[in-house]
Design a protein around this ligand. Structure first.
Ligand SMILES: O=C(O)c1ccccc1NCC(=O)[C@H](O)[C@H](O)COP(=O)(O)O
Length: 211
């Protein structure tokens, strides 16, 4: 990944999708996991994806759904990347790659640390996201442990990020990327154009060296 990778997740409307693209997001996410206020049908996502330039990665977010469903919904919507946000095994990621999709796999820090060494080494060759235990809830988690022992591969920080805290966390933890949903919403499930712009700018801001 060149420069800080910024992903805006949980989009469902053309205006906020356009704001994310115009602000310079590297990736835009559509939630296909059921039961979220952000859940979209593949047909709606397809109409939105049609307006996303090729330089921007389109990501479908899934959580513990059958692999056949994931592949079917990802194909119907036209996303290029599948983000797993549950307990999906590594074999599911391999199957997706064989189908031509890229992947992202989210872990809570606890879940990631609990992986057997052999498992962790394998996941670290893929793109992983470190997130709060409850995804999409705007909750932060204790990142102090990440300062001492970050993952060896490129990793993306998520969980309770917003335009106010993202710059500091990026400078402190040096992730390869950041992912946000709640922190760019005016109310749960409703994205805000101004907050999206502020978030992307803040994520890529220079550190404040004036004390
Ligand atoms: O957004 C959801 O409701 C959701 C539901 C099920 C699985 C994943 C979900 N969202 C993932 C994300 O939006 C982000 O990748 C990440 O969790 C950050 O969310 P937030 O803390 O709200 O910024």
């Amino acid at each position: 990944m060149d420069g800080l990778y910024v992903k805006i997740c949980g989009l469902s409307a053309p205006e906020t999708l356009a704001a994310a693209v115009d602000a310079g997001a590297n990736a835009v996410g559509f939630v296909f996991a059921p039961g979220s206020p952000r859940t979209v049908a593949p047909e709606l996502a397809k109409a939105l994806v049609a307006n996303v330039p090729a330089r921007v990665e389109t990501v479908g977010v899934f959580r513990n759904q059958p692999l056949e469903t994931v592949i079917d919904m990802a194909r119907r919507s036209g996303v290029g990347t599948v983000q797993f946000h549950g307990d999906e095994p590594y074999s599911d990621v391999e199957a997706l790659h064989a189908e031509g999709f890229k992947s992202l796999r989210a872990f809570s820090l606890e879940g990631y640390r609990a992986l057997a060494e052999s498992e962790r080494v394998r996941w670290e060759l893929e793109r992983i996201l470190l997130d709060a235990i409850e995804p999409g809830a705007g909750l932060t988690f204790d990142t102090s442990e990440l300062l001492a022992s970050p993952p060896t591969g490129p990793w993306i920080l998520a969980g309770g990020l917003n335009p106010v805290n993202v710059g500091g966390l990026v400078h402190r933890l040096a992730p390869a990327g950041v992912d946000v949903s709640s922190g760019v919403e005016s109310s749960r499930g409703t994205k805000d154009v101004g907050l999206i712009r502020e978030f992307v700018a803040a994520a890529r801001s220079e550190p404040n060296t004036h004390v």
